[in-house]
Ligand binder design. Structure first.
Ligand SMILES: Cc1ncc(COP(=O)(O)O)c(C=O)c1O
Length: 404
């Protein structure tokens, strides 16, 4: 039996897994001590829980626990990594490289750094959303201190060839930062093998709570140092002051542990579900997958249904199905996706695209219902649009022009 609303927006956020919630609950009312109160048992209990969570997160990515610091989420981790590196390494150089399809947290941090005297290169991507190591190499300068990439894109699921890119960056003596908010727990990431020096992680994308995340900071080969951006009591090795969110951190640790245990199987299960979804949706004429040829996270697909306005079509079923017309962080903004446009889509094609992201609780029955509803509503929209020409595919003229 279907339960409504059907959720297929797991890239925006995920429900907290019941096992994660169970692990967190005692830290609200029972073991509620301040982890910095090391003088008594209540503080020590809380501190022990944080030590354990640090190990759980470190285990997932092949790091050591000393290399993990907790933050309020990936946005904060990205800000800390980029601004923290820029502040400390700017005497060595002021150049940072990122990619046009990065998350707003990265792009806006880069814009801030530019205002502070930094130079930023925003690399283009090819039509599949990929940055090639050669393009990175060509952009490297003697002043480049950091290359900040998005491991897997939140809108398309496209995975960058990070391991190959890291080799290039390290050859030039710069640091590699990875925004792994979407990739972590979905694909295997090992910081040494993948050549990652700094990495942002978010709990709410992996069935943990909102408002908590982590930053991985490499301690050797090379040792990376950062200037803190939040000052105060010196928590998290002085890099992120503020009383630690013990229940949230416990939740992140537990969520990381569960993802690690089931990642392989779950990724295959989701690949099969996505194949079913794509097969059904591609039966709709004039439809294509964004980033199809690239390696993608197996639970995500981003599809353009030519000639529609995805926001208007979504209004037809958004009380029954939760999917997205872009990234959650930008969905309040009316402009078409910067990610899809960077991949070469026109503004009209970008506005005609939907992101479907499946997850731990998605079922075949739900996928079939999504297909049925999207088929119905895309068909209705096109049928009502006098400018839509099924054979030519494109909206040939603006609807208003035809009426005149
Ligand atoms: C790729 C990416 N980076 C960063 C973030 C921000 O994460 P948080 O919500 O934990 O601040 C998101 C969330 O949408 C994301 O998808």
């Amino acid at each position: 039996m279907l339960k409504f609303p059907i959720y297929a927006d797991y890239n925006a956020t995920t429900p907290v897994d019941k096992l994660v919630l169970e692990a967190m609950l005692p830290y609200f009312t029972q073991h509620f001590g301040n982890a910095a109160s090391r003088g008594h048992i209540m503080g020590l209990d809380a501190d022990e829980a944080i030590i354990n969570a640090r190990k759980q997160v470190a285990n997932l990515i092949g790091a050591t626990d000393k290399e993990i610091i907790f933050t309020s989420g990936a946005t904060e981790s990205i800000n800390l990594a980029l601004k923290g590196v820029f502040s400390l390494y700017r005497t060595k150089g002021n150049h940072i490289i990122t990619v046009q399809t990065a998350h707003k947290a990265m792009l806006e941090s880069c814009e801030f750094i530019e205002k502070m005297g930094g130079e930023v290169t925003y690399l283009p991507v090819d039509k599949n959303g990929l940055v090639s190591p050669a393009v990175v190499e060509a952009a490297m300068k003697p002043t480049t201190i950091l290359v900040a990439l998005l491991h897997a894109n939140n809108e398309t699921g496209v995975i960058q060839p990070l391991r190959e890119i890291s080799k290039v960056v390290h050859r030039h003596g710069a640091i590699v930062f990875s925004d792994a908010a979407q990739a972590i727990g979905k694909i295997k990431i090992q910081v040494d093998d993948d050549g990652i020096d700094l990495m942002a992680i978010s709990a709410h994308k992996i069935y943990g709570p909102k408002g908590v995340g982590a930053l991985y900071i490499r301690r050797k080969n090379p040792r990376v140092t950062l200037a803190p951006q939040i000052h105060g009591g010196g928590h998290e090795r002085g890099l992120r002051s503020g009383t630690q969110n013990v229940p949230g951190i416990v939740g992140l640790g537990h969520a990381a542990m569960l993802c690690g245990a089931e990642m392989k199987e779950e990724s295959l299960r989701l690949a099969a579900l996505r194949a079913r979804l794509e097969k059904g949706l591609l039966e709709i004429p004039r439809t294509f997958i964004n980033g199809k040829v690239a390696e993608r996270l197996t639970h995500v697909t981003n599809i353009c249904f030519e000639g529609i306005d995805s926001g208007t079509v979504l209004n037809g079923f958004n009380r029954k199905i939760a999917i997205s017309t872009g990234s959650a962080c930008s969905s309040a903004l009316p402009s078409p996706s910067h990610v899809l446009q960077a991949m070469g889509l026109t503004a009209q094609e970008a506005s005609a695209s939907f992101r479907f992201s499946l997850g731990r609780f998605s079922t075949e029955e739900e996928v079939d219902y999504i297909v049925e509803q999207v088929q119905l509503h895309v068909g209705m929209y096109r049928a009502q649009n006098p400018a839509w020409d099924e054979t030519k595919g494109k909206i040939i003229k603006d609807a208003a022009m035809i009426e005149k």
